[in-house]
Design a protein around this ligand. Structure first.
Ligand SMILES: [Cu+2]
Length: 698
């Protein structure tokens, strides 16, 4: 689960240039109307407080203002470093929920940015809150020693250059008959395996040292010969037995574990060049039913607000359903929170591989530009995203920003029969054809691609589906079978490649506000109620979840959960509600004392419930990278606050046990996992009855 744009650019530019400036910063610089000189004050005036919706993401000018404010402050403070500062993450600070809900257009809104500041040479991290309009730092806090933000784009490129320059690495490649210049280096967060004690004792920051671990794959052709139309896939050709650990503070290779040599498969990974099936492009739906106004979306009865967060990716806010001209709140904020991917093979070169793809890599920053007829239908509408470059303003990128076009896609698609009935006397049918609205984005985390769909339906349901594709993390294989790593490929020489078993756990944070913020949660189960003559009778039970905590799925009891309004009743005298309904399931096979599973408490139980608290956004905590103790949900629930008539947050974990198969090689077909948020007593009847009959004239 590693690597990113920093190495992407090696396909197009020599490595020396790659290290100096990422692909995206070049795009950004090229797209600027009038680039300023490095160090210039921004040409635009400081953003005013009145032009924004409170949730509008930071603009390019605002990001630049934050970067220059922080840099100026560090320059003028005696005790703070002046050089080598990077910015792993910056986003608008979540405004107070009550303020957002009460906000009226035109009303001034605070513009406060939260920014992480990393100083690699001294291994220090600060969190700053910057008031953008006044260019003031409101708060600057040095984080505890050992705090490590996600990997940055420039670190991907830097680690690659450090590894390639290391004589031990070059010798290890040559001893395998491989040209080191044709080797692709995949940069990973180091996982939860401590450095060997001797190594740790020999370096200034010991176990707190910021490290990355690098894997190697055989590219097989010089970078300058690569053809953009036929992108190579080095991930199909693992060079097994080598893990390079890099000290990102000292900028040098710390150790190379060269445990064994296995043959490298000669598969090209380019089978898709041989087109055997021709498909027609999708025909756009003719309607303009999707109304996108800035970040605000209206589609039939649904309305919500969209933005792409640099860490969480797509955030959907203030979700409402227009029910008989009454705009009824359903959710305040819906987002991806964390992903945990443990590998199941008992091999020292693999045991540290347990990725936290959101917190270790900032999944939102790795969003990809969506392309019509590739990622989305040709009818899709798009929203761009703008992020800070982790390097801040530079000569090549004076604004210090990165613009990602078409990061969010929004489109309508057919959904088959919406509802149907037949008159039993006349045989006449009354049927409606359905459509659904998809808000989508995808993130590219090295070999893997996750595509996230939030699907809004005319019947009031929100389906949350994630597609998983890309390339499995492959392993050089011997002829004999190996536990936990089935063979998935074979070249003409009879060399095999294997793909170790692994799991994906995705936690979604669902701040539901069903008919307002005050809600309560119930656990529903189906139970048999047999009696003589009624041996297939069953009923439901309902248990109030009165305190913060977690629950496990139980398919045998059809266990699911209701989030109900504490203030609204439906016509049947029951609280209006939405249900969380599990779909695909996976359970972790890690031991409970496994360090990574302890950090991924969200993977141990599927349904978590907390009281809404500002700042609680991440299921494995704010800084899971190299974290030495669990944070996030296991901490949030510790005080077991009572939950009746409170603002609740649901955290739901969906999982996938990936038992690799030959069909996953050289590129995986999309697999899809998810869950549903379904109205259950929220409406008085089927809300999709009023949909027009498109087939009436035929
Ligand atoms: Cu997988």
């Amino acid at each position: 689960m590693a690597n990113a744009h920093g190495t992407h650019n090696q396909k197009r530019w020599p490595r020396s240039m790659a290290a100096a400036c990422s692909l995206l910063c070049l795009i950004s610089a090229a797209s600027m109307a009038s680039p300023a000189k490095a160090g210039d004050k921004p040409a635009a005036p400081a953003p005013t407080a009145t032009l924004h919706h409170p949730l509008d993401p930071l603009s390019e000018a605002e990001i630049h203002t934050v970067l220059t404010t922080v840099l100026t402050s560090f320059q003028t403070s005696r005790d703070l470093p002046k050089q080598s500062l990077t910015f792993p993450l910056m986003a608008l600070a979540d405004p107070a929920k009550a303020f957002v809900l009460a906000w009226k257009p035109g009303q001034p809104t605070p513009r406060i940015a939260e920014v992480q500041i990393l100083h690699n040479p001294s291994n220090r991290v600060w969190l700053a809150e910057v008031d953008v309009p006044s260019r003031r730092i409101l708060k600057l806090s040095l984080q505890p020693a050992g705090t490590q933000p996600a990997l940055t784009t420039s670190e991907f490129a830097d680690a690659d250059a450090i590894v390639h320059a290391d004589p031990r690495f070059r010798a290890a490649m040559r001893s395998r008959g491989l040209n080191p210049e044709l080797v692709y280096v995949d940069v990973w967060a180091p996982g939860d395996e401590p450095l060997p004690a001797k190594l740790s004792a020999a370096i200034p920051f010991g176990q707190n040292t910021r490290i990355v671990r690098c894997l190697t794959f055989y590219r097989g052709a010089p970078v300058k010969e690569l053809i953009p139309e036929h992108p190579q896939n080095p991930y199909v050709r693992p060079i097994e037995g080598i893990v390079v650990t890099v000290d990102m503070n000292a900028r040098k290779v710390l150790s190379i574990s060269d445990s064994f040599v296995r043959p490298v498969i000669q598969e090209t990974g380019n089978k898709a060049v041989d087109v055997r099936l021709t498909t027609a492009p999708t025909k756009p739906l003719p309607s303009g039913d999707v109304k996108l106004n800035g970040h605000f979306v209206r589609w039939h009865q649904w309305q919500f607000y969209l933005s792409l967060h640099p860490r969480e990716g797509l955030v959907i806010s203030d979700v409402r359903f227009n029910d008989g001209n009454k705009l009824r709140p359903v959710a305040y904020r819906l987002s991806l929170s964390e992903i945990y991917v443990p590998y199941g093979i008992a091999d020292p070169g693999w045991s540290w591989r347990n990725a936290f793809d959101v917190g270790e890599y900032n999944a939102g920053m790795l969003a990809q530009t969506l392309k019509p007829n590739r990622d989305v239908p040709s009818s899709a509408q798009f929203l761009d995203a703008v992020f800070p470059s982790d390097l801040g303003p530079t000569k090549d990128n004076p604004m210090g920003t990165v613009t990602l076009p078409a990061a969010i896609g929004l489109y309508e698609r057919d959904s088959g029969i919406l509802w149907s009935r037949t008159d039993p006397t006349s045989y006449d049918r009354d049927t409606r054809y359905g459509r659904e609205l998809v808000a989508t984005w995808n993130t590219w985390i090295g070999n893997y691609i996750y595509s996230f769909d939030w699907i809004f339906k005319l019947d009031g349901t929100i389906a949350v589906r994630t597609k998983l594709t890309g390339t499995t993390l492959n392993r050089g294989s011997l002829q004999q079978a190996e536990a936990s790593a089935p063979k998935v490929g074979k070249d003409q020489r009879g060399v095999f490649v294997a793909a170790p078993y692994h799991q994906h756990f995705l936690n979604f944070r669902l701040d539901l506000d069903v008919d307002g913020p005050l809600n309560q949660a119930m656990e529903m189960e189906v139970v048999p109620v047999h009696s003589k003559g009624f041996s297939h009778a069953f009923d439901t039970t309902s248990t109030h979840l009165s305190n913060e905590g977690f629950r496990d799925v139980d398919p045998y009891k059809a266990r699911h959960w209701h989030v109900e309004s504490s203030t609204s009743l439906n016509p049947f005298g029951k609280p209006t509600g939405y249900a969380i309904e599990p779909e695909e399931l996976a359970f972790p096979y890690g031991a409970l004392d496994d360090p990574s599973l302890k950090k991924a408490s969200f993977a141990q139980h599927q349904f978590w419930l907390t009281r809404y608290r500002p700042g609680e956004l991440y299921a494995a905590g704010t800084f899971p990278n190299q974290a030495k103790r669990a944070d996030g949900l296991s901490e949030f629930i510790k005080d077991q606050l009572p939950l009746h008539r409170q603002d609740l947050v649901v955290w739901y974990t969906v999982g996938f046990t990936h038992l690799s198969r030959p069909e996953d090689y050289p590129v995986m077909p999309s697999d899809s996992i998810g869950f549903r948020i379904v109205p259950r007593g929220f409406f008085a009847s089927n809300p999709a009855l009023g949909v027009s009959d498109l087939g009436a004239s035929h």
